[in-house]
Design a protein around this ligand. Structure first.
Ligand code: KIV
Length: 262
C-alpha cells in the first residue's frame, strides 16, 4: 500500500487523481477500485446528519464511519478527516490521529490547515503519518456555510495560499486539497509544488478532483448545490419513483405477489 500511495500521489502518475467521499459500506463498495482515493470526510456532519456545519462532528463519529468504509475498501486508498477541535495542539493531534488510524486503519489523514496550525504537518509527518493538507476554504472555520466564498482572488490572498501550499509540502504533506480556490491561484499552486493538488471548486488546474458522492448522485433534493458541483445522475428522482411505485403496488395488493412470498 505504501508503494501505491507513492505511485498515485506522484506528479508522474499519468492519470489525474480521482477522489470521492464515502460514509457507508454500500458507497465504499461502489467506489473501491474505481476512484484512487476514498475520503471519509467530515462533510458527513452536514450531508448525513443534517448538521448546520461540521463543527459538531466528533472523533467517535469519524471512527465509526471510518471503519464501516475502510472494511469495504480493498483497492483504493482511504483518507479520513480529523474533525474540528481534535488537532488544536501537537500532542492532541498526535493522540487523536493515532486513535483514528488504529481504529479505522485508514491510510491517510486530512487536516484543515492554516498559518497557525501548519506545524502539525511537520509533527505528524515525523511520526510517519501520511497527511493531506486541506487549504483554501476550510469548512471547519465556518459556522454559517452560506458565508463561504472562493478564495485566492487578489494578490495577497494568492501569495498567502501559495506560501501555505509550499510550506505544507516542505513540512511533509503528501498532497494538498484545494477547496474553492480561484483558477489562477490554483494553477500557480499546482505548478509551485511537487506533490499533487486535488481540487474541489478549484478549476481544472489541479492534479486531481474530489466531490462529495451524495452531491454527484444528487441524493438530497432539498439541497442547494454550489457552482462547482456536477450532478452526474438524479438519484433522488429515481428513488422517489421507486417509492411511489412501491406505495401504489401495496395499495393495490400487487406487492408482495407469489414471487416474494415464502
Ligand atoms: O469533508 C469532506 O467531504 C471534504 C471534501 C468536501 C473535500 O473535505
Amino acid at each position: 500500500m505504501k508503494k501505491k500511495i507513492t505511485k498515485i500521489l506522484s506528479k508522474n502518475f499519468s492519470n489525474r487523481i480521482t477522489c470521492l467521499t464515502a460514509y457507508s459500506p454500500a458507497v465504499a463498495k461502489i467506489l473501491d477500485g474505481n476512484v484512487d482515493l476514498v475520503l471519509i470526510g467530515d462533510s458527513l456532519g452536514t450531508t448525513l446528519y443534517g448538521m448546520k456545519n461540521s463543527r459538531k462532528v466528533t472523533l467517535e463519529m469519524m471512527k465509526l464511519h471510518g471503519l464501516a468504509v475502510t472494511k469495504n475498501v480493498k483497492k483504493s486508498i482511504t483518507v479520513i478527516d480529523m474533525p474540528y477541535n481534535t488537532y488544536n495542539t501537537k500532542l492532541q493531534a498526535h493522540k487523536n490521529a493515532l486513535e483514528l488510524i488504529k481504529y479505522t486503519k485508514s491510510k491517510m489523514l486530512k487536516l484543515e490547515i492554516n498559518k497557525k496550525n501548519l506545524i502539525l504537518i511537520k509533527y505528524l509527518s515525523s511520526k510517519k503519518i501520511n497527511v493531506i493538507a486541506h487549504i483554501g476554504v476550510t469548512p471547519q472555520s465556518f459556522i454559517n456555510f452560506n458565508k463561504i466564498r472562493a478564495v485566492g482572488k487578489n494578490k495577497t490572498e494568492s501569495k498567502n495560499l501559495i506560501e501555505l501550499a509550499k510550506k505544507s509540502e516542505n513540512y511533509g504533506a503528501k498532497a494538498i486539497l484545494l477547496e474553492c480556490v480561484k483558477k489562477d491561484t490554483a494553477k500557480k499552486i499546482t505548478s509551485s509544488v511537487s506533490i499533487p493538488t486535488i481540487g474541489i471548486g478549484s478549476s481544472k488546474y489541479c492534479d486531481g478532483q474530489v466531490l462529495v458522492f451524495d452531491d454527484l448522485i444528487s441524493y438530497d433534493k432539498s439541497q442547494h448545490f454550489p457552482k462547482f458541483v456536477k450532478n452526474y445522475i438524479n438519484f433522488n428522482k429515481i428513488a422517489e419513483k421507486a417509492v411511489k411505485t412501491f406505495c401504489k403496488e401495496v395499495q393495490k395488493s400487487k406487492f408482495p405477489n407469489k414471487k416474494y412470498t415464502y
